[in-house]
Design a binder for this molecule. Structure first.
Ligand code: C2O
Ligand code: CU
Length: 494
């Protein structure tokens, strides 16, 4: 153990309303409170679906609710089909999926399928608003490799707030390779979803505080004093197998984590876009907001192992401002049974032939500064880039300042070609849809735009630090048939 800063100690006393505060809450700094890990992890239920004429139909309702995070008083939250977070949607490659999404909130929302390859009018970005009382019914064919994706609201200017209130869920994709893989894959047994989020929580009243949203937090946004997994503060998980797979989602609005254990390495088996080319053994895996990683952890009978977040390397030579780069805290305790079921070494078939840099016909440059990309703030009625369907492109992306940013592109899963001209580290050798941008480095991303041309409806690219995104760090691109021009993009601002 190497505590880097004083920890304020609190204890969770069983089911009693008792998160005892060691000292007063200081919500203006980023340090994370230390809690005891005495509450079982809650596994989000798998979303129910019905088969209707070969289409698999899901129902999601965005609704208001009340949640007791500390076992005592409830606090106002939002969720899908429940009071906080949402069920895990699961589908197989080749399936046609359809959703009926009801908005029972008091304000407009959208539901975006983060990481999904799909037509732009099904994407759930800011151009597919669902008014209060309305229902949205998107449908598409799942046609991409098995992966851990997620869904969350994306209304322009209000994404940070709605995700923070609790609107988010996982979307797992399966395919023949993932099903045949030697990997733990029994959902909620040895294949565990772990949605990691931080919140400002007043531990005396159990209230989630919202006053630092919208830019009153640090430069990166709100860094909470409490970190929760699947909505549980201080969670543990009972492990029954000698290997456990954790599907980590950084569902935070601003905080970047560096996940690992004090006493063991982990095996990275999948990143945003699906299975890695091969297993990658790591001590820590850095995840910025929106990124996912599937890791396999080995356990000995009867032991306890704490998943922690170590001080994340934000690549910031002027460390010292509050971006969470010094924060270190426990996340989830794994408790192994006295006898563990044996499993095989992680192995799978990988047949993604990859994209060829030589095929790239267009190179675009993006520089992120403040709340602008290439000098412009997001404008719903302006299309920034026009891409021809079928083309392979290189997007060269740079964070032009010391303040942390990341970069997410809708519709595609890209390959990281180089970082400052060098090959990326092994953990970035798989497909990605979101990538952390270390300051002043050039990330060259290779991507191919396939299947869906629509000159009228844009996809988004943006920083996934949600306060940044809301404040303008976002741009829009349309994919058109070769030779076709820009269409008419509806302006929802008016
Ligand atoms: Cu996770 Cu544009 O979104
Ligand atoms: Cu940013």
């Amino acid at each position: 153990m190497s505590p880097h800063r004083p920890l304020r100690s609190i204890a969770v006393a069983g089911a009693v309303a008792a998160l005892l505060v060691g000292c007063g809450l200081a919500p203006s700094t980023s340090p994370v409170d230390s809690v005891e890990f005495e509450t079982p992890l809650v596994i989000p239920p798998l979303a129910e679906s019905t088969a209707q004429n070969g289409v698999r139909v899901f129902e999601l309702t965005a609704q208001e609710g009340e949640t007791a995070f500390t076992g005592g008083d409830t606090t106002a939250t939002r969720g899908f089909n429940g009071s906080f977070l949402g069920p895990t949607v699961r589908a197989e490659r080749g399936e046609v999926v359809a959703f009926r999404i009801a908005n029972e909130l008091s304000d407009e929302t959208t539901v975006h399928w983060h990481g999904m390859h799909l037509p732009p009018d099904m994407d759930g970005g800011p151009h597919q608003p669902i008014a209060p009382g309305e229902t949205w019914e998107p449908s598409w064919t799942i046609d991409q490799p098995a992966a851990t994706l997620w869904y969350h609201p994306h209304p322009h200017g209000a994404t940070e707030q709605q995700v923070y209130q609790g609107l988010a869920g996982l979307f797992l994709l399966d395919d023949e390779h993932s099903s045949a893989a030697a990997l733990p894959q029994e959902y909620g047994v040895d294949d565990i979803p772990v949605i990691v989020q931080d919140r400002d929580v007043d531990l005396e009243t159990g209230q989630v505080l919202h006053d630092r949203l919208g830019g009153d937090g640090t430069e990166v946004g709100l860094l909470g004093n409490i970190v929760m997994t699947n909505g549980v503060i201080g969670a543990y998980w009972d492990v029954t197998t000698d290997r456990v797979r954790l599907r980590l989602l950084n569902g935070s609005t601003a905080r970047t984590y560096s996940f690992g254990f004090e006493d063991r390495s982990v095996t990275l088996v999948a990143s945003d876009g699906g299975l890695m080319p091969e297993p990658v053994v790591l001590d820590e895996i850095r995840l910025s907001p929106g990124e996912r990683a599937e890791i396999v952890v080995e356990m000995e009978p009867g032991e306890r192992a704490m998943l922690r977040s170590f001080p994340p390397d934000l690549g910031n030579p002027a460390a010292g401002f509050a971006a969470g780069e010094k924060d270190e805290f426990d996340v989830l305790e794994l408790r192994a049974a006295d006898e563990l079921q044996a499993s095989d070494e992680p192995a799978w078939t990988y047949d993604d032939v990859g994209l060829a840099e030589a095929d790239a016909t267009v190179e675009r440059e993006f520089e992120l500064n403040g709340r602008r990309i290439n000098g412009a703030e997001m404008d719903m009625s302006r299309i920034d880039e026009v891409v021809e369907m079928g083309s392979t492109e290189i997007w060269s992306v740079r964070n032009g300042e010391l303040n942390p940013h990341n970069f997410h592109v809708h519709d595609v899963q890209f390959e990281v070609l180089t970082i400052d001209g060098e090959a990326p580290p092994a953990e970035l050798s798989g497909r990605k849809d979101t990538i952390y941008l270390e300051p002043h480095r050039e990330y060259r991303l290779l991507m191919r735009f396939e299947d869906f041309a629509n000159p009228d409806v844009p996809y988004m690219y943006h920083c996934h630090l949600l306060q940044h995104e809301d404040a303008g760090l976002m741009g829009q691109f349309v994919v058109v048939e070769p030779g076709e021009g820009l269409g008419e993009v509806p302006d929802h601002d008016h």
